[in-house]
Design a protein around this ligand. Structure first.
Ligand code: ZN
Length: 129
């Protein structure tokens, strides 16, 4: 009996942790959408290549061509996806789409970095006050 109770407590604790975590996550996510402060920064060889805010009003395709190679990005709504790349590992293509702050797609061979930035930290501070 004692073992079952311990297991129950453990399960309840895990459940509570997940619930609280999900609640915080969705609150922050909702605020970000409300603020419209999600920014995408595309860097090529450590230089800023393009910068725009999410979501985009209509689908757009970004073609990045350098001496290293060619990457094709698709931005639709608040999602960014690496559609195609001529790099040899294809990690960036297989990564799938990203849409939340702090997520990124990196193409090491072509030195292309797509980063999503948001005002997450500031908003959390405001909640705490
Ligand atoms: Zn790649």
């Amino acid at each position: 009996m004692k073992n079952i109770k311990k297991l129950d407590i453990l399960l309840i604790s895990i459940y509570l942790l997940i619930s609280v975590g999900a609640a915080i996550y969705f609150t922050i996510d909702g605020l970000n959408v409300h603020e419209g402060a999600i920014e995408v920064i595309i860097s090529v060889e450590n230089q800023e290549y393009d910068r725009f805010t999410l979501p985009v009003p209509k689908m757009k395709e970004i073609v990045i061509e350098t001496e290293r190679g060619r990457n094709v990005l698709v931005v639709e709504g608040d999602h960014i996806d690496m559609l195609a790349s001529d790099c040899n590992d294809q990690i960036c293509v297989h990564q799938g789409e990203i849409s939340t702050p702090n997520e990124m797609i990196v193409c090491l061979p072509n030195q292309v970095v797509i980063e999503i930035k948001g005002k997450k930290k500031i908003e959390v501070d405001q909640i705490a006050q």
